[in-house]
Design a binder for this molecule. Structure first.
Ligand code: FES
Ligand code: FE2
Length: 450
């Protein structure tokens, strides 16, 4: 194919410690993504629990395209997706989310069944033979789900979702994301490129400066690993360090304290300052450590006790717990980048923190929509009612300390990168390989195929 962009933005221009700044700043690169990324890639559109009943729908906006996802039957594959546009003269069909028995356009009243087929064309006889049922139906979009997430793909013949997810699916499937439900759902508009916002959550290298409080309790030095089109980071055992918990070697001369205190204080910070990943149940279990294990108990014993308490509390509540062994948990890493636009932290098992970034415009690389989702594992009937909060001004969100620290950097990065004095990003090739890998994959994906 004739793809002048592919020559202009070759994947080989990205090195392990070099990412061209044009990927974040160029209007032309944003146009390249609008043409070659978003219409061709699998992307998370919503969660299955947003459309539990037949007739429930949500819409997913990506640049000029708006996709309508609807539950059409009670079976696990009873989900359809269509371009959210009336086949008559192009009025957008529905807005936001809701429940319908059929879709009816508000302009001239054309109707569509939940499966997208034409149900009624007002005065159809006027067309005589020149309007087929197919032409009068909604335009379908590929849809599939994994882990309770509904994915759409606008290309004609995409790779299967299973193949697309590849190693990410294999290493995370047993966490049973499909059993999680939204605790909270926030969408913000951020004045940065979508990749700048996403990458702020795609490495642990910033923790030592951006979140210094976390150094008191837990290891922060991670290894970033590319896996297929995706990537993850994990915390490898550090030489000279006995355990994952306890002050970072970056903090010299800290007196050693009981392992149970480090774990509890770390849980406390995440629970109160992030309101995600550590569930109330798990926080209560961590508090019980003060009476359930002795002050001199070594970390493995404290950790085993904590997991016992957490699993028992989840089972008592009816929330259940996935079947996981230590090796599977270790191989699943701590933080994943799902190509192209999601990042998640799943390691707390009954609490998941998920980020999704999207450009707001195919012509403007400086602004994005950013979703932050906290999901938890609940007993039957204990799931909170879903409320989606939307903030056109990202500064209006009262995040806890941790996300406030992250958002203190994000717009500053976009502004800083525009400087004539900034030539390219120089990611850490051990702790931040996810970032060059992402840009290489992105450029390659856009160059490949028809
Ligand atoms: S545009 Fe929808 S019925 Fe005319
Ligand atoms: Fe952070």
């Amino acid at each position: 194919m004739d793809n002048a962009w592919a020559n202009k933005y070759p994947a080989a221009a990205v090195k392990d410690s070099f990412v061209p700044k044009e990927d974040y700043l160029s209007h032309d690169f944003a146009a390249y993504e609008a043409e070659r990324l978003w219409p061709r890639v699998w992307q998370v559109a919503c969660r299955l629990e947003e459309i539990p009943k037949v007739g429930d729908f949500v819409t997913y906006e990506i640049l000029d395209d708006n996709i309508l996802i609807v539950r059409t039957s009670d079976t696990s594959d009873g989900i359809s997706a269509f371009h959210n546009v009336c086949a008559h003269r192009g009025r957008r069909l529905v807005e936001g989310s809701g429940h319908v028995t059929h879709f009816q356009c508000r302009f001239h009243g054309w109707r569509y069944a939940l499966n997208g087929k034409t149900a009624h064309v007002v005065d159809r006889h006027d067309w005589k033979e020149c309007l087929t049922d197919e032409e009068a139906s909604l335009e379908p979009v590929h849809v599939d789900s994994w882990g309770g997430f509904v994915f759409i793909n606008m290309s004609e013949d995409p790779l299967s979702l299973k193949e697309f997810l590849g190693p990410l699916r294999e290493r995370c499937e047993r966490f049973e994301f499909e059993k999680l439900r939204f605790k909270w759902y926030k969408t913000i508009v951020v004045p940065t490129n979508w990749k700048v916002a996403l990458e702020a959550f795609d490495e642990s290298y910033h923790v030592q400066t951006t979140h210094p409080q976390l150094l008191e309790w837990a290891q922060d030095r991670s290894q970033s690993v590319a896996l297929g089109d995706h990537s993850m980071f994990w915390y490898p055992p550090e030489p000279g360090r006995k355990s994952r918990y306890g002050p970072s070697p970056r903090l010299p001369n800290r007196p050693e304290r009981p392992a149970r205190e480090y774990i509890l204080e770390h849980y406390e910070e995440i629970y109160h300052q992030l309101d995600a990943m550590v569930t109330p149940r798990s926080y209560a279990a961590a508090q019980k450590l003060l009476t359930e294990v002795s002050a001199d108990a070594p970390e493995p014993e404290v950790w085993t006790k904590l997991m016992e308490l957490r699993i028992k509390a989840a089972q008592d509540e009816g929330a259940g717990w996935p079947e996981l062994d230590d090796e599977y948990i270790r191989n699943s890493g701590a933080n994943w980048h799902m190509f192209p636009n999601c990042v998640y932290l799943h390691l707390n098992i009954d609490g998941l923190l998920w980020y999704r970034a999207r450009p707001l415009s195919g012509n403007d690389p400086n602004t994005c929509l950013f979703d932050v989702w906290s999901l938890g594992r609940y007993g039957p009937g204990l799931e909170p009612k879903l409320e989606r909060a939307y903030y056109p001004d990202y500064k209006a969100v009262a995040w806890g300390r941790i996300l406030a620290q992250d958002f203190g950097n994000i717009p500053e990065v976009q502004m800083g990168m525009k400087s004539r004095g900034f030539k390219a990003a120089r990611p850490n090739p051990f702790q931040e390989i996810a970032i060059p890998h992402f840009h290489r994959t992105l450029r390659q994906f856009m160059a490949d195929g028809n």
